[in-house]
Ligand binder design. Structure first.
Ligand code: 6PG
Length: 247
């Protein structure tokens, strides 16, 4: 597995623009090679700026783009914490995005049921073969505790090696979460992390330069066997990296 690439940008706005260019390139390449572009969207707040930019690009071949999710909170899409709700606000409300190509996790279901339901959705989308689904691109964020998607430190989801999608309760959040598992994440062709803000500096340094166990820093478990990992970080998030890496 190739070491992660890091690009340090001036600010969160520049991170969003760098990620936009990657999405556009990846979409072009995937559609040229396989006729479709299948991407898993990140939740949280950082990616909203990217989704706002994407929502300005009606010229993208949206009919050939499958929008999936890397994880979801166990809430309905109308809930303030819903990732699907955030993506709807910033991107999928656009009329040029076919709704039949938006595959949200049904957070309104009981979490374990939502995970099983989403796995069936992905099996239908990718074909029900036993092979792992290979996303063209997976967008991820980084929590200030080193989590990514809904893979939280010392959580049962970290140990799932068979299911494509799993769920678990996250005590620190008093919330059930549904998430793609490491096998699916690490089958991706490309993974892009979007990281911005001072509060991510410790976690980013632990991911890129630390030696903690994956159980402690789950983002360290993102290591696609035949794919690439790129971090787009702003200067504030990169401020604790060694000089040759920090801004
Ligand atoms: C979620 C995300 C989660 C997020 C990080 C960073 O559902 O919250 O999947 O992994 O990417 O917590 O969140 P921010 O971008 O809000 O800092």
């Amino acid at each position: 597995m190739r070491p992660p690439a890091l690009t340090v940008l001036d600010d969160a706005h520049a991170v969003a623009h760098a990620a936009l260019a990657t999405v556009q390139r990846c979409a072009d390449e995937s559609i040229a090679a396989r006729g479709r572009f299948t991407v898993a969207l990140a939740g949280g707040s950082t990616p909203a700026a990217l989704y706002d930019l994407l929502a300005q690009h009606s010229e993208l071949p949206w009919a050939k783009i499958d929008l999936c999710f890397g994880d979801e909170r166990a809430v309905p899409p109308t809930h303030a914490e819903s990732n699907a709700g955030m993506v709807e606000t910033h991107l999928t409300h656009q009329p040029f995005i076919p709704r039949e190509h938006v595959y949200r996790i049904r957070g309104e279901l009981p979490a374990a049921e939502a995970a099983e339901d989403y796995e069936q959705t992905l099996r239908s989308l990718f074909g029900a073969s036993r092979d792992l689904p290979r996303f063209d691109l997976i967008l991820l964020g980084l929590g200030n505790d080193g989590h990514t998607a809904s893979l939280f430190p010392h959580s049962p989801a970290l140990d799932e090696r068979n299911a494509w999608v799993t769920s678990n309760h996250v005590p620190a959040l008093v919330r059930d979460r549904i998430t793609l598992t490491y096998p699916v994440l690490n089958a991706a062709r490309e993974i892009v992390f979007l990281v911005a803000g001072d509060d991510k500096a410790w976690a980013l340094s632990e991911v890129l330069e630390g030696s903690a166990q994956v159980a402690q820093i789950p983002a360290r478990g993102i290591a696609p066997s035949e794919g690439t990992v790129t971090f787009f970080a702003d200067r504030r998030a990169a401020s604790r990296l060694r000089p040759h890496r920090s801004p």
